[in-house]
Design a protein around this ligand. Structure first.
Ligand SMILES: Cc1cc2nc3c(=O)[nH]c(=O)nc-3n(C[C@H](O)[C@H](O)[C@H](O)COP(=O)(O)O)c2cc1C
Length: 208
């Protein structure tokens, strides 16, 4: 069982990494492997809406997004971690996630998702909600903790002092491990929920 962790911070060893490290350590204690890919320091362009991915099953720009897609297929869980920038996620991470989710047609059902946000002070809740949207449109259940998943710090290393934030990360990791294991058992015993072919409607149809 393994979890893919996408770190959207450009700062190597920054506060987001501190939050992520706490999760990685706790997941390991729970018998779950994880792989962290830091993308905030890479050049990742946004989606250009070319639609070529619907034929190829992958993004026309063959960069780290397509590499992440290969890892995501095999993962039992996905964690999105981001520093808060102007009460939103890091823009490189959003460019990456728009392309990753839009270009991949594989079934993401019951892969467990979780978001983690890191800020000096404000904008955690909006960023948390923003990141969770990728899961809730993809049949992915979300692991929770005992507080919204935020860690605080401004300068590199300050997050180590946020004891409640780091505790929130450990509890999140344990809950996520439990969900992943439970879903594996449930899949064996009951199978995945029945799926339906998607009805694609858009509102202009009603104007004809
Ligand atoms: C462009 C930019 C915008 C930021 N906006 C916010 C913000 O809206 N709220 C906040 O509390 N901190 C904000 N910060 C501070 C970072 O969220 C904070 O330093 C965080 O620890 C960075 O994580 P990192 O060390 O993983 O890069 C901002 C930082 C930058 C560089």
């Amino acid at each position: 069982m393994n979890v893919l962790i996408i770190n959207g911070s450009p700062r190597v060893g920054g506060n987001t990494s501190i939050a992520v490290d706490e999760i990685v350590k706790t997941l390991k204690e729970e018998g779950i492997e994880s792989e962290v890919v830091q993308i905030g320091n890479k050049v990742i362009r946004g989606c250009i809406a070319c639609g070529i991915c619907s034929d190829r099953g992958k993004c026309v720009y063959d960069d780290v997004v397509n590499e992440l897609a290969e890892k995501f297929v095999d993962a039992d869980g996905l964690i999105l971690a981001s520093p808060v920038y102007y009460a939103s996620a890091n823009a490189t991470l959003i460019a990456c996630l728009d392309r990753l989710f839009y270009s991949t047609g594989f079934d993401k059902s019951m892969k467990v998702g979780a978001s983690v946000v890191v800020a000096r002070r404000g904008g955690c809740s909006t960023t948390f909600d923003e990141l969770n949207k990728y899961f809730t449109i993809s049949n992915m259940p979300i692991a929770a903790s005992q507080y919204w998943n935020s860690v605080h710090g401004r300068d590199k290393g300050q997050a180590k002092k946020d004891l409640e934030g780091l505790q929130t990360m450990r509890v999140l990791a344990r809950n996520m491990a439990f969900l992943i294991k439970s879903i594996a058992l449930g899949r064996e015993k009951y199978g995945l929920p029945e799926t339906e072919e998607r009805e694609y409607t858009h509102f202009i149809n009603d104007w004809d």
